[in-house]
Design a protein. Sequence first.
Length: 316
Amino acid sequence: MQCGEYAKGGPDRAVIVITEPFWCLHKENQFTENRRFATTEFRNQRTHGHVSLNPLRALRRLFETLYGLYALSAFLVLGLLAFLLVTLVPGLGTGMRRGIARVTARSFFFCAGIPIRLLDKQQLPAGPCVVVANHASYLDGIVLKGVLPGRFSFVIAKEFSRLPFVGLLLRRIGSEFVDRFNRHTGAMDARRLMKAAEAGQALVLFPEGTFTSEPGLGKFHTGAFVIAARSALPVVPIVIRGTRNILASGQFLPRSGRIEVQVLAQIAPPAGLDPSAIATMTRDQARSKILAALGEPDLADSDGIATLQARKSGSA
């Protein structure tokens, strides 16, 4: 008898009972079982994303990576050139340095093949104002630098002023910095910004204070609107679309895409109200306008600054 056989019923009426284990199957049966097992494992791997059956998808990912590396390289090269021009060329005023930054921003998007469409540019007043925009990506400031006139000064988180090269470049083009976490320092920064606005300086701020990878419009902080109210300046809401899809929070390499910037109707400060009431009213109006034009979820309960503060306190 062979493997797995034994006699049953005595020597005269022997009945052969086959009890083959898996490892002792006939060659043909063993091949069938092994093929079935391999197919099942392959399907499990495909289901869990370990095996890619679509060569076009793999090729697409390769092109996305190559494009991201190219776009990042273009940004670094152009950024270095702008840094050298702005910091080393003597005799350049703030206006000329801002012009260099504006041309650099536009050149980057041109080289990266990312078209920017500016809508309703005529809504932008010729005089001083406070521009507020939704915040979805690190690209937002670069986008607005490229499409807005050079007379605008950008208000940026103070952490960027401490970054090597970046902080010096931002200071040289006349950027303003504000502390988002220290109330005392932030109040001093706000007073400095109010003096700049009263002197006729046009400002650009992102009232959400930060951004996340989740689509939606977060809570608006009142700082920008207090500055506008106390300086009696109109608030100009701006909507930015497409930057989150190109470079989301936590993403290192940019993707290709299109960007739209829409200038909404300005909000003049109402007469007969104290600055605090004006700030609250213009904040709510600006956020409603941006939310309606943006077409993303309302995340009014999402306070990005408070989240960052909690993370900072937890890591301390």
